[in-house]
Design a protein around this ligand. Structure first.
Ligand code: CA
Length: 551
């Protein structure tokens, strides 16, 4: 049983933390002060859209402040680059094949061990507000208030612990999630240390900015990424993927309404799927209040008029859509940064900054036109990466950049380490704490393992693959077709030149294959089983087709 919000507020932390000052490590009867944790995670926020990561597109002053006052991870990676699986891994500290959430057909098994549960046992009060997206209800939290499903950008509906009825909140999703999280923290009275997870829906597709940021990038022409016109030579899986910017929907993605597009949908003709998506966009606008709708329509009318005037085709159209995509996406990021700034200001005001571990990350990265794409899923750098910033003035240095390869697999062990709680043996990550001390004496992993499953079970037609990345090289195995890709990350940082089979890389290829095998065994994965699961699924689909049953 969970507690009500009021009980959570009463029991959780300000009392302990208010007397924690830098240098003072003991309180009360000699017990070391354990840090609070605020874990902020956005959805699909690429490092290319964060200024402390060198963004050419946007300034993010609040996120930069965390990096300046804390630590920025330069090589932070995800185990499986898609929303639900990333969340399941960060909660359990286990790869998808062990936590059971491989793709979005799965339902999270809330009975398994997660870091919030272990924190609770260690005396922490735990809470999550915002995106959850794991189908089953949260477990291991004293308080939760979560967006329904994917969540809506405007006037979202949330489900709160112990409440039978869902609540629709008027306003913008990113603001509301922050309001609810700070509201919970604000009223805290004496008690235990806390772990608050603030998880934004933004900037996930379909990138609907707050009304105040709609026009923020109107006069900006964004530079094209170097790999924008990738022709996918030597990479058939990349060529087959359905995530090209020119194939976006003119409605849902580019935000036009009928009759500004007609048969020309952006998806090459009409089918029932296209009709559904078009209807879903127009229906989503019905959620807006009159004043929100007025601002929305005024802004997007300009886009529709421009489309009519230019009537762009081919390359011109792809570039025009890219510019719009970035305007919308980055408009969403402005709200994320603004709200991270609100959380920072709140911690300062409450005197909580010194004894709180503040984390900012995203469940994975995103293609912002690289390889001509939007979306994620592949093990290529832009979406294997997840931004990671941490601040904890009591122990972490300021302005440090960590170059070691870390993963979302490591979050659970890290939080438990700082909370002085036992780290369950089944968790597969490593605490990042040794990398975060003011000195650096750690032995760290020299390779990471990745496994993505979804195709053909989900959108975007990205074939299942596993792979290994070291500092210099990356090997991908698209095991359903037994195709391989090898990249020299120093010579070819954009990963356009597959050197698998190249005589110059014979030794590298052999070493990387060996390392991949070692990691598969080390993490207890089974590729033969993944292939069999795929075959079983396809056979089932085929049988359904024959009997005419609906999926
Ligand atoms: Ca995501």
């Amino acid at each position: 049983m969970g507690t009500t919000r009021r009980e959570f507020l009463k029991q959780a932390g300000l009392g302990t933390t208010a007397i924690a000052v830098p240098g003072l490590l003991t309180v009360g009867c000699g017990k070391r002060t354990r840090p609070n944790i605020i874990f902020i995670m956005s959805d699909d926020h690429a490092e290319q859209a964060i200024s402390c990561y060198g963004s050419k597109l946007i300034k993010t002053p609040a996120l930069d402040r965390i990096a300046n006052e804390g630590v920025r991870f330069e090589n932070s990676f995800v185990t499986n680059s898609i929303c639900g699986p990333s969340r399941a891994t960060l909660l359990t500290g286990k790869y998808s094949h062990l936590n059971g959430f491989k793709d979005h057909r799965d339902r999270f098994d809330g009975s398994q061990v997660t870091f919030p549960k272990v924190l609770q046992e260690a005396g922490y009060k735990t809470a999550i507000v915002g995106k959850w997206h794991l189908k089953s209800e949260p477990t291991g939290f004293d308080y939760w208030n979560i967006l329904k499903g994917q969540g809506q950008y405007y006037n979202p509906t949330l489900k709160e612990i112990d409440k039978a009825e869902d609540t629709q909140h008027e306003g913008y999703s990113t603001d509301i999630v922050t309001d609810l999280a700070l509201g919970a923290l604000n009223d805290m009275e004496q008690g235990n240390p806390f772990c608050m997870m603030v998880h934004y829906k933004s900037p996930h597709r379909n990138w609907m900015p707050n009304t105040k940021y709609l026009d923020a990038f109107d006069d900006v022409e964004f530079p094209l990424p170097e790999s924008f016109d990738d022709d996918y030579t030597g990479r058939p899986a990349a060529e087959a993927a359905d995530m090209r910017i020119e194939d976006m929907w003119l409605s849902f993605d580019q935000k036009m309404v009928r009759p500004y597009y007609g048969e020309e949908t952006g998806r090459g003709g009409k089918d029932s799927w296209t009709e559904n998506v078009e209807d879903s966009y127009e229906k989503s606008l019905e959620r807006l209040t009159d004043s929100q709708r007025k601002a929305w329509d005024a802004h997007y009318q300009k886009r529709m008029d421009e489309f009519k005037k230019l009537n762009p085709t081919g390359t011109e159209k792809k570039t025009w859509m890219y510019q719009n995509y970035l305007r919308d996406y980055l408009g969403c990021v402005l709200s994320v940064d603004e709200n991270v700034g609100r959380i920072l200001a709140f911690l300062d005001k409450k005197g909580l900054s010194d004894n709180t571990i503040l984390v900012y990350t995203s469940d994975q990265g995103m293609y912002l036109g690289e390889h001509g794409w939007y979306d994620k899923r592949f093990m290529y750098e832009e979406t294997l990466s997840m931004p990671l910033l941490m601040r904890y003035p009591m122990e972490m240095p300021s302005g440090k950049v960590v170059k070691e390869m870390v993963m979302n697999l490591d979050f659970a062990s890290t939080f438990l380490d700082y909370a002085e709680a036992p780290i369950p043996k089944e968790m597969q990550g490593s605490s990042l704490r040794p990398l975060l001390r003011r000195w650096d004496d750690s032995n760290w992993r020299e390779s990471i393992y990745y496994h993505y499953y979804e195709n053909p079970r989900g959108w975007h037609s990205v074939r299942g693959h596993c792979g290994v990345r070291t500092e210099k090289y990356k090997l991908l195995h698209f095991y359903l077709d037994d195709r391989w890709e090898l990249f020299d990350l120093e010579a070819d940082p954009n990963e356009m030149n597959n050197v698998y089979g190249d005589p110059n890389y014979v030794q590298v290829q052999a070493d990387m294959k060996k390392e991949l095998e070692r990691l598969i065994e080390h993490y207890g994965d089974d590729i033969e089983q993944a292939i069999q699961d795929h075959k079983d699924y396809m056979a089932k689909q085929e049988a359904k087709k024959k009997t005419g049953a609906q999926d």
